[in-house]
Write a protein that binds this ligand. Structure first.
Ligand code: HEC
Ligand code: HEC
Ligand code: HEC
Ligand code: HEC
Ligand code: HEC
Ligand code: HEC
Ligand code: HEC
Ligand code: HEC
Length: 326
């Protein structure tokens, strides 16, 4: 009995954080995201718990420093931007301008349209935030109310999503429903699977508002690969973007991220320089006000003519003469 008691004390000592040689309580813990995560969006939230004795925190992404964060509360939450591929995030805590502690995590950012097709190292795992366990670490300060989640906010500032996700819309063009923070028209928390996942196939979601587009494309003979699979968000950012039509990249760059060979190869014509027909940098004669792009000749969604062309290219000169007077 007595030896049992001694053993108990011994185990307690082992478990106690201030015991033994270490003798130091960590002042800096990275709560989120987990080290070695694969991240599929350019933005990621870093949540740090501090011991309360630090005066400032400095974050850096791949050795480029972000502005230092002064006036540290117990939790520091910060949305940062990642670069494609590996990102080492270093977080340094300072006491009176002296470095006190440092922590690192490594993340792998894989954009939906990646040019170099590199894949994450083996140990890296996808990461989702909205699980009951992870949310429980935030509810002391943040409203993660399930009850309000499916009700659209009358007043944008009342959205249960805005405090954490406001940077998602920091772009030139913001998509209608996202701009009024009607996030849950698309992210119902009642959809089966992970909380806030969108119902699939995605096109049904988009067609619920874009019914004109659905009608226009319904009977087309030729469908574009990704479009025919019902995927829209590979090309369109459903939230916001700096490009027209909320495209993930400017049109020609977007097409080239899957049709790389068209960047330099012979296409339509074989030009003097060995390349093909121009695909940018000139006004588009068919669509006044727009720049020539791959979409000047090809419909990115669906068309009545093969190769998704706006016009049958075998019908004599009609195809070329839509733009050229030879
Ligand atoms: C001790 C309180 C506290 C806790 C706990 C906390 N936060 Fe925060 N969080 C804040 C404060 C304060 C802000 C900044 C004020 C604001 O924008 O509303 C903030 C802002 C944020 C932001 C926006 C940051 C930005 O740069 O735009 C995100 C994202 C965030 N928190 C995520 C989380 C997550 C995820 C958790 C749980 C893992 C969490 N927070 C836990 C207090 C807290
Ligand atoms: C406490 C902060 C917080 C609030 C409030 C919050 N989110 Fe998130 N959400 C996060 C974090 C952190 C991530 C992980 C991605 C990141 O690092 O930004 C995330 C990720 C997501 C994802 C991707 C899937 C996942 O679980 O990782 C969706 C979709 C999402 N949030 C939707 C919503 C919607 C809709 C609301 C409002 C009803 C909401 N979020 C409110 C912090 C928050
Ligand atoms: C709740 C309704 C709603 C849903 C769902 C919706 N949209 Fe929209 N969308 C709009 C509205 C309203 C506009 C016009 C205002 C604007 O440009 O944001 C719009 C505009 C657009 C535009 C620009 C059209 C143009 O001619 O400029 C694109 C592209 C687009 N949406 C794509 C999508 C995609 C892709 C989805 C599915 C992931 C989707 N939308 C789902 C309401 C919706
Ligand atoms: C028009 C529909 C639509 C609206 C409105 C919408 N989302 Fe999304 N969201 C999507 C789709 C589609 C995805 C990609 C989901 C997938 O493939 O898993 C997505 C993905 C996300 C992700 C994962 C990271 C990323 O960028 O892909 C987050 C976070 C997110 N949404 C938050 C929000 C928030 C916050 C709002 C409100 C401002 C919102 N969404 C409004 C359709 C929408
Ligand atoms: C392969 C990339 C790609 C895919 C996949 C894609 N789009 Fe588009 N979308 C584009 C491009 C590029 C434009 C701009 C075309 C232009 O410049 O005329 C566009 C324009 C649009 C427009 C506005 C103009 C129009 O043609 O009506 C809407 C609405 C739209 N897309 C909705 C969708 C929906 C809904 C889906 C999924 C069913 C989808 N897109 C899938 C690339 C794509
Ligand atoms: C996400 C990847 C992706 C993007 C982005 C993309 N495509 Fe495609 N495209 C495909 C796939 C997959 C096929 C089908 C390949 C096959 O059948 O050989 C295809 C086929 C095509 C075809 C041949 C269709 C036929 O009937 O033979 C054309 C033309 C085309 N794409 C043009 C474009 C244009 C223009 C853009 C930009 C607006 C674009 N693509 C963007 C993936 C993509
Ligand atoms: C001036 C009109 C025009 C422009 C601009 C154009 N294409 Fe084409 N494309 C055609 C024609 C015509 C064909 C039919 C085959 C041929 O004659 O080469 C075609 C065929 C294709 C095909 C299917 C056959 C093949 O060669 O693989 C793909 C994929 C394609 N184009 C992608 C693109 C991409 C990506 C861009 C932008 C970088 C682009 N096109 C710009 C006219 C054009
Ligand atoms: C959507 C409109 C459009 C269509 C369709 C189109 N072109 Fe062009 N083409 C252009 C534009 C714009 C230029 C650039 C003119 C300039 O340099 O000012 C161009 C340039 C050219 C050039 C000069 C190339 C160079 O290197 O300077 C040739 C040759 C040409 N086109 C041939 C064709 C042929 C052949 C067809 C039919 C198979 C065709 N084009 C269809 C818009 C088009």
């Amino acid at each position: 009995m007595r030896s049992c008691y001694i053993l108990f004390i011994f185990v307690l000592c082992l478990l106690s954080p201030v015991s033994g040689a270490q003798g130091k309580v960590s002042q800096l813990t990275i709560l989120l995201p987990p080290d070695q995560s694969v991240i599929e969006s350019e933005l990621v939230s870093i949540v740090i718990v501090t011991g309360g004795t630090l005066d400032a925190i400095r974050l850096s992404v791949n050795n480029s420093d972000l502005p230092s964060i002064e006036k540290i509360n117990r939790n520091v939450c910060k949305v940062i931007k990642l670069e494609e591929g590996l990102n080492t995030i270093t977080i340094k805590g300072f006491k009176k301008d002296e470095p006190a502690e440092e922590q690192k995590i490594t993340l792998f950012y894989r954009p939906p349209l990646s040019e170099n097709n590199s894949s994450a190292p083996d140990a890296f795992r996808p990461y989702k935030f909205h699980t009951r366990e992870r949310e429980s670490k935030c509810i002391s300060c943040h409203d993660l109310g399930q009850r309000r989640a499916n009700k659209e906010p009358q007043d944008i500032s009342q959205s249960p999503c805005i405090r954490c996700h406001k940077k998602l819309l920091d772009f030139k063009f913001v998509h209608g429903p996202a701009s009024v923070w009607e996030c849950t028209t698309c992210h119902r928390s009642t959809v089966k699977g992970h909380k806030y996942s969108v119902s699939k196939p995605e096109q049904n979601l988009c067609y619920s508002c874009h019914s004109d587009a659905a009608v226009a494309w319904k009977d087309k003979k030729f469908l574009h690969g990704p479009f025919s699979m019902g995927i829209c968000s590979v090309c369109h950012n459903p939230h916001a973007s700096d490009n027209d039509f909320f495209l993930r990249k400017q049109t020609t760059d977007l097409c080239l991220s899957c049709h790389e060979e068209k960047a330099t190869g012979v296409h339509v014509v074989s030009g003097v320089s060995g390349g093909g027909h121009p695909v940018r940098g000139k006004p588009d004669p068919l669509h006044p006000g727009k720049e020539l792009s791959c979409a000047s000749c090809h419909n990115p969604h669906a068309a009545d003519f093969s190769e998704l062309l706006f016009q049958n290219r075998n019908s004599g000169f009609e195809f070329c003469t839509a733009c050229h007077k030879f």
